[in-house]
Design a protein around this ligand. Sequence first.
Ligand code: 0O2
Ligand code: 0O2
Length: 260
Amino acid sequence: MEMKNWKQILLPYTQAVEELKVKFRSIRSEFISLDEYSPIEFVTGRVKKISSILEKAKKKNIPVDEIEEKVEDIAGIRIMCQFAEDIYKVIDIIRARHGKDLYIEEERDYITNIKSSGYRSYHIIIKYPVQTGHGEKMIFAEIQIRTLAMNFWATIEHSLRYKYKQNMPTQIQERLTKAAEAAYQLDREMAEIREEVLKCQESFQLESNLIADIFSSIQALNNKNSTRDMHEIYEMFWTLWEEGDMIKLREFSESLQFNT
Ligand code: 0O2
Ligand code: 0O2
């Protein structure tokens, strides 16, 4: 059998991993510099080791000559998110790039369809054009999108699976299943906290806009009315503001607007 020059074969995969890491890290930087919440927490990437490529090919009966067309995760990118909901925002960002700098080949949803091991993650297999010194080369790459909790579980499970190979003790197997359930509950808990935070931010925004409206109405009335009338309006505002009743404040704002 012809000996393959793996170092040479893997070069475009290394380039793809480097480029994709820069691209997804830039998306994070863009959100952060615009003072927006980033659905991407951090990005990692790797080129599969030659020994793992050969092992996978053997396991799946893939002839050596067909490895590049059939092993889809030689280049792998991993995108970590804080919350499960963020995963879908990242998926949308990737889908919007289909036909531009990448081509989506397949999506594997192990979040809805949790693997029997307990593994959860969203995989997108892409075709990615790499510009090499010898022209363009289209390669496969796998993007895994997961929460920090999913990543925590998968990283530990992966290292134990690697350590024990096929002989994982049942006791450890059971504990991993329990830990997968705990990681799932953690994501649910965090999703609830997130909604609370978003609700607080929203009502804070509404209140501050309302107060800004009231003050601009008061400013407009100031030009028309006497100081005595204005004093009454201020008194009324402070009373309502101290009560903190948003409905009364809104009515007050409307009545001010009516009088301006
Ligand atoms: P920083 O400032 O260290 O966070 P490179 O291509 O050199 O940038 P490399 O060495 O190939 O990156 O590493 P890899 O494996 O692709 O990605 C590692 C990046 O993921 C590093 O960020 C780590 O800090 C980050 N990372 C890994 N685990 C965690 C984690 O649990 N939480 C967070 N927040 N980050 C993690 P950088 O880009 O090197 O920068
Ligand atoms: P690496 O580089 O060590 O991570 P498969 O038949 O499952 O081996 P397939 O069908 O080609 O592979 O693809 P799949 O299942 O969509 O994705 C395979 C990759 O997903 C794995 O890569 C892991 O990174 C991850 N993965 C899938 N199932 C599990 C699991 O049960 N536990 C953990 N920890 N990770 C999982 P590799 O091949 O392990 O390579």
